[in-house]
Design a protein around this ligand. Structure first.
Ligand code: KG4
Ligand code: ZN
Length: 358
């Protein structure tokens, strides 16, 4: 089956087309991503209304280009999938309405995709990973450890109680005047830096459970920056390197603990750890996770860089996975700002943020 996917939940306008064969293997036929970086840059972050308008302006052409690149007309796809949450509601409405309109015009089924599930299932497209596996989801709005039991079947073992990891990167970058999005900028600045120069805290580490906290770390970076001001380029590099090494250590430690629990609970001898979400692009974090997975007798699967950030291919693939189970949605499927993967997970005590960027 061939599925078109549409992604508009944040500041990337994207579409992709994948083919899923009956044996469960997938092939990417095309993918187009238009980042709206310049539109949001003056504000130092994503402005929801600007994002929604940009999606309106860009999406038709992005879908056209995606179809052309795959050598297909829109009525040659078997289904249309669109991100219906979680995310910024205006953008979600643009993508969902476009997807539903194409579904209606072509008479094909529509699939309402959870953006987080799409990140989670990408490793099955790229690496044929089998259920169950452990997932570390690290993006601009989420930092979660989940067990993926199957399509639509997630169990949350840990989450951030305050900032998401991507957000911590973005805030660190903003503080140091490195621009938005902060992750790639911090990673680049860290290249020539001394990771041992600033001792930063590792909140919650050493405590039981698999939750994360990054807000205190952000404050520590600010205090260190103020103490060292005025900052030379070397100071900035050292701070970025110290920050990056600290967060890599935090996620690797939690991943190691989660892998041990996963082995015990599932009886899996060589567990697979999948890292997904925009922060999965970070090489220092990948290296630390790789080492943690190896120590646990397992392996790390990290999607190729273009599939780490938001993209339409992952939405198409998630749609195909649902369609293969005979699942599709009505044209009345709602868009949702919040849509947790594990609906049964208890809310995190002390979590002060609701409806955050995802
Ligand atoms: O998954 P994503 O593209 O969007 C959502 O949040 O859903 O993730 C974006 C986040 C941003 O916070 C960005 O700064 C971060 O991923 N990011 C990185 C890197 N590339 C993107 N963080 C650290 N290192 C990177 N190389
Ligand atoms: Zn994302």
């Amino acid at each position: 089956m061939i599925v078109l996917g549409i992604e508009t939940s944040c500041d990337e306008t994207a579409a992709g087309i994948v083919r899923r064969d009956d044996d469960g293997t997938g092939t990417i036929l095309s993918g187009v991503v238009r980042a709206q970086l310049a539109d949001h840059a003056p504000y130092g972050g994503v402005v929801p209304e600007i994002a929604a308008r940009a999606h309106v302006a860009l999406l038709d052409r992005v879908v056209d280009e995606t179809a052309k690149a795959a050598g297909l007309a829109l009525n040659e796809v078997d289904a249309i999938a669109a991100t219906c949450g979680p995310g910024l509601i205006g953008g979600l409405m643009v993508g969902a309405m476009t997807g539903k309109a194409i579904a209606l015009a072509t008479g094909r089924p529509f699939i309402a995709v959870n953006h987080l599930e799409a990140h989670a299932l990408t490793a099955r497209l790229t690496d044929g990973v089998r259920f169950p596996y452990l997932l570390l989801l690290v993006s601009g709005g989420h930092t979660q450890i989940l067990v993926v039991h199957g399509v639509g079947r997630f169990e949350r073992w840990g989450t951030t109680i305050d900032d998401a990891l991507g957000e911590a990167f973005d805030k660190t970058a903003k503080l140091l005047g490195l621009g938005h999005p902060g992750g790639p900028a911090v990673e680049k600045a860290a290249e020539g830096g001394d990771a041992t120069r600033f001792a930063l805290p590792r909140p919650l580490i050493g405590r039981p459970g698999l939750d994360f906290s990054f807000a205190g770390l952000k404050t520590a970076v600010r205090l260190a920056a103020e103490a060292a001001a005025p900052l030379s380029p070397q100071d900035v590099s050292d701070l970025c390197a110290s920050f990056q090494a600290t967060v890599a250590g935090i996620v690797a430690r939690r991943a190691g603990e989660a892998l041990a629990r996963f082995r015990t609970e599932t009886g899996t001898q060589s567990p697979v750890l999948v890292v997904a979400g925009g922060v999965a692009a970070n090489r220092a974090i990948r290296a630390a996770l790789n080492a943690a997975a190896e120590r646990a007798g397992g392996r790390l699967v990290a999607p190729p860089l273009p599939l780490c950030g938001d993209n339409g291919v992952m939405i198409a693939w998630a749609g195909a996975e649902h369609l293969a189970l005979g699942e599709s949605d009505g044209l009345d499927a709602p868009v949702r700002a919040r849509w947790p993967l594990d609906q049964t997970a208890a809310p995190v005590v002390g979590r002060g943020r609701l409806g955050a960027k995802v």
